[in-house]
Design a protein around this ligand. Structure first.
Ligand SMILES: Nc1nc2c(ncn2[C@@H]2O[C@H](COP(=O)(O)OP(=O)(O)OP(=O)(O)O)[C@@H](O)[C@H]2O)c(=O)[nH]1
Ligand SMILES: [Mg+2]
Length: 667
């Protein structure tokens, strides 16, 4: 028998745990973290349960079904027109009142709703208990308590969904009623809508259309106007609005919104029992300290420094272990073994290309990348990111952005691709592009491999940290220039501060694993392809004309050994490749034999800036169009070449000044 199919959609406010529920249901790994606005596009997953194939949709978080933002229209149309079989309204039990404002609107849409009352563990810790039965009775929908991060209540949620689909649970219909004056107008208007707009009523409930008209919802008014007979309905709505405004002395949309808030707060009060009165917890204290107007900044600087220092120490330690394993054990053994029955040329390609590729990927990149991902996941799940964004609001305004843009910027340190997509949390197209432009200048984990593994390892952590600081300054200056070219005022920062949480170890490990797996699946093949191609260029001698051609730029302007231009070309595939291929070219991962200290700095600087990798260019193209993507890539290349040459000369001159002074002292 064909399995029966149903579609459920997860809807609710931002940061309530929708994606956590989604991941529990589908076993997929949608981004989960502790700041609002992670899910920006609807995601889909499937599961099999009780003979059903269930498609689950994870929607972006929204606060209302009014048309303030694209996400809200997208979610609303999805719910109203495409009609999933059941909507799971995920709700944060510790902020019930605010969440109910949205639930009420779902009920007005007369959608089949189940409530997942999530984060009950957190609510309990704050001394809040919710009377689930009463809540369910007051709303007229089933309510299932859940803890999405551990999976508590998920099976019951699914059973409830199935029971609704099979008609075993009857939804008792909306119990949402406004005040008498509004209800009277609604009944009248609803009749007119039903009579005049039979087509529109097929998509949206007549009562809901009427409410939206009273709220002066532009999107719905527009749709009504387009329909035949729509003008009469709009005229009737105008009459109703003016009657309401006369009685209440306030604009009708405000009257309706405040009645809705009234209902939400009434229900929340009725069902919430505060067991222990809220006391000032450690979380609260941490929260005010880390968002403090003055103390917040040294804390931010300390967090960042600590993070990179830790990665540097752990990474360096791991590099040493792996290097010994590959260079002293595996490769020599393979060489002897393979040479027995294969011609030298092939042994070179296999050993120098394939195995060295894997070895270089493993020794150079992974030791820095894995600790990086672990720390990033901890940071993401703790709730620190929105605080950092809040602190950076002022500075970001100078680039024509607001603090929220700092979140994709920080995520960029992990990987520029999701950071680019994450720029969708910006409200306007202009801000989104500005944010995208600066985000790709952030040194991602791959670039950190070069910064920490070359400059840091050979010249000291302070050099690496200086490079990071320089990059931040550069981002700021370029952001300011871009802002001049694309003027406009940023909207004020509206962002909710989620509470601090102790990051869940399983979530952190899972996230790290998913990202590392991505790295291995995506980067390793590219690293191997790059290594084999390079080995081919070397074995065939083709490498020399290419190096000669690039010589004026690479040695003349940047002061690097001319062969190091080749890894820079391959670096477009993946940034780690620059260092990995360099190691292969030189036949050693001891970079002090390849570069002078100045060359290390110049090489790191150029790699840090010169072009986003192909995956990032693709993300830029997808988000902002290919023209802009090409423009950003070209600008970054020119900038890197320019700064690289300038840095080379500056360091050279200042070094000779220092040595001149040194000589002066001694003569
Ligand atoms: N204590 C606790 N934390 C939870 C629970 N569910 C989710 N979280 C945490 O809440 C935060 C937000 O979870 P997400 O699943 O990303 O929320 P979302 O609703 O998808 O958020 P957006 O996509 O930004 O709208 C994460 O830090 C989760 O680990 C829960 O039941 N209990
Ligand atoms: Mg989400």
């Amino acid at each position: 028998m064909e399995p029966k199919r149903i579609i459920i959609a997860l809807a609710g406010n931002a940061n309530v745990g929708k994606s956590s529920v989604f991941n529990q249901l589908t076993g997929l790994s949608q981004t989960v973290g502790n700041w609002p606005g992670k899910t920006v596009e609807r995601a889909e997953g499937k599961l099999h349960f009780a003979g059903y194939t269930i498609t689950v949709l994870d929607l972006p978080g929204i606060y209302s079904l009014s048309t303030f933002s694209i996400e809200e229209i997208v979610s609303r149309d999805y719910i109203a027109i495409e009609r999933p079989d059941v909507i799971v309204n995920v709700v944060d039990a510790s902020a019930l009142e605010r969440n109910l404002y949205f639930t009420i609107q779902l009920l007005e849409l007369q959608a089949p709703v189940v409530m997942a009352l999530n984060q009950i563990d957190y609510a309990a810790r704050r001394g809040v208990r919710i009377n689930v039965e009463l809540l369910s009775k007051m709303l007229g929908i089933p309510v299932v308590p859940t803890i999405a991060i551990t999976g508590v209540g998920i099976t019951e949620l699914l059973n409830t969904v199935i029971n609704i689909v099979e008609g075993k649970i009857k939804l008792s219909g909306s119990k949402i009623e406004y005040g008498r004056e509004i209800e009277e107008e609604l009944v009248r208007l609803e009749n007119t809508v039903r009579e005049k707009l039979p087509k529109l009523v097929e998509n949206y409930p007549a009562r809901w259309i009427s409410i939206k008209l009273l709220e002066r919802d532009e999107d719905i008014a527009h749709r009504v106007k387009e329909s035949p007979g729509g003008d009469e309905v709009l005229a009737a709505a105008d009459v109703a609005i003016s009657r309401i405004e006369k009685i209440h002395g306030e604009p009708a949309p405000i009257v309706i919104a405040s009645e809705r808030y009234g209902m939400a707060s009434h229900i929340a009060r009725e069902v919430t029992e505060v067991i222990s009165p809220p006391k000032v917890t450690l979380e609260d204290r941490l929260s005010s300290l880390t968002a403090h107007r003055i103390l917040g900044y040294p804390i931010l600087a300390a967090v960042a420094t600590l993070m990179f220092t830790l990665i540097f120490i752990v990474g360096g330690y791991l590099v040493n272990i792996l290097e010994t394993f590959f260079e002293e054990m595996l490769i020599p053994t393979m060489d002897i073994y393979l040479s027995r029955f294969l011609p030298q040329f092939i042994v070179e390609i296999i050993n120098g290309g394939l195995i060295s590729g894997v070895a270089a990927g493993a020794t150079i990149a992974l030791p820095y990348i894995v600790p990086f991902y672990i720390l990033l996941a901890i940071l993401e799940d703790s709730g620190y990111l929105p605080r950092a964004a809040f602190l950076m609001d002022n500075l970001m305004h100078k680039m024509g952005l607001h603090g929220k843009a700092f979140i994709p910027l920080l995520l960029g340190y992990g990987c520029n691709v999701p950071a680019c997509i994450g720029c969708r949390i910006m409200e306007t197209e202009r801000e989104r592009f500005l944010a995208g432009f600066v985000v790709v200048l952030v040194p991602c984990a791959a670039r950190s491999v070069i910064i920490l593994g070359l400059a840091g390892r050979y010249l000291g952590l302070h050099v690496a940290l200086t490079l990071y600081m320089f990059d931040l300054a550069l981002i700021f200056v370029l952001g300011r220039i871009a802002y001049r070219l694309l003027p406009g005022k940023p909207i004020g920062l509206i962002m909710e501060m989620p509470p601090y949480r102790v990051p869940s170890p399983s979530l952190v490990l899972k996230k790290t694993w998913v990202r590392t797996k991505d790295f291995i699946y995506v980067a390793l093949p590219l690293i191997i392809i790059g290594s084999v191609a390079l080995q081919f260029l070397m074995s065939s001698g083709l490498i020399w004309p290419i190096a000669d051609f690039m010589d004026p730029l690479i040695s003349g302007w940047l002061g690097l050994p001319s062969l190091s231009g080749i890894p820079l070309i391959f670096g477009v595939l993946r940034k780690e490749l620059t260092l990995i291929l360099l190691a292969e070219l030189a036949g050693t991962t001891s970079f002090e034999h390849i570069f002078t200290p100045i060359q290390m700095i110049v090489f790191t600087l150029v790699t840090m800036i010169y072009i986003p990798c192909i995956a990032t260019i693709a993300a830029l193209g997808h988000e902002f169009g290919w023209g802009k993507a090409a423009g950003v890539a070209a600008a970054d290349i020119l900038l890197a070449i320019l700064l690289g040459g300038v840095a080379y000369r500056t360091i050279l001159i200042s070094n000779s000044l220092i040595s001149l002074r040194f000589i002066g002292y001694h003569t």
